[in-house]
Write a protein that binds this ligand. Sequence first.
Ligand code: ATP
Ligand code: MG
Length: 392
Amino acid sequence: MNDKEMLLLKLGEVVLKGQNRRSFEDRLVANTARRLKSCGSFQVYIRQSTIYVEPTGDSCDMEAAYAAARQVFGVVSVARAVPCEKTVEAIAETAKSYLADRFAAARSFKVESKRADKSFPMNSIQVSQAVGGELAEAFPHVAVDVHNPDLTVFVEVREKYAYVHAPALPGAGGLPVGMGGHAISLLSGGLDSPVSSWMMARRGVELEMVHFVSPPYTSRQAQDKVLELARLLTAYCGRLRVHIVPFTEIQEEIRKNCPEEYFTLIMRRFMMRLAEAIARRAGARALITGESLGQVASQTMMALGVTEDVTTLPVLRPLIGMDKVEIIHTAQRIGTYDTSILPYEDCCTVFTPRHPATRPHLEDVRKAEAKLDVEALVARSLEGEEWVWVKP
Ligand code: ATP
Ligand code: MG
């Protein structure tokens, strides 16, 4: 490691946002700085569509900062780099020492240069040739190969310094959290809803979570598992508020008063009503669920229509067209899979009908629900609502 080592973060779609670009960039810098706080003290600033992350003390954990930066939405790639004077000699010297291990392991290399400072007297091809020449001399066992090299040395000639780095790794992509509005995400303990939450956060949505609990049918462990899933998501979206909403009375009333084939559907209608009430209070403009078309009886097209009948907020379902295998792969990639598969019951799995309606008609479901005092049930449930902040 080099003591001047820092990070260069490249922006994704943010650069395409025209007039809004400034606020996107400000948001991204703020999000990055917040996410890196736990890794040490860093200066974070932006120049020419690149975010610079420079350690300001010697207690910075660069490995952790690198990993954290790769989880910030709005960043497409992250490179660990070392700055140096803007001369061919200094650049070559820096590459020799900083990338010595990489050269030792490589049989071929090339230099790829970028000149963000257009006043620099050499163009990028000339920089690559000159630096490449010096490196070829310093590492005679490593051949120059511009087509398929083992190692690519990147040189960026920027405003104040030149920067040397090995290939960057991909970032999380998407848009900075906060730029895509504010929504309530319905988080269960399953595989799907952590993925749907992550997908909307990646589109810049600031999330607030709602989780329904039905004690004693659901356990404390089931609730803790959901809080742990939320905690895993904070690595991407920062701290999250999780509303814990009691659901037992509603489920018992449904079981007592409604036809069995509609249990799940009526239950889901209550979830929407409660989530909408919480959204209105929080100023959130949409609901997010982990539903995927046809995955279970309550996720057929007609069932989805019956479910969203009770809310006027947009219901965002980012998994709607995804296969289970794709959802599982995503859960593994974002780190929620192992927690999601822990075997605790969800309130959706208590009182499940033996033969749920798969082609429900709205009027029938409304009629089936008529015996319930919907408003009173919703109000009582909301009275018992609690919330916790989950921190990274
Ligand atoms: P998941 O894997 O997310 O649990 P699922 O395939 O089990 O989803 P359902 O149980 O029918 O499907 O739930 C559909 C969606 O409803 C979930 O993705 C989630 O958004 C929401 N949901 C289900 N149960 C709860 C709960 N206890 N609290 C909050 N939201 C829930
Ligand atoms: Mg579930």
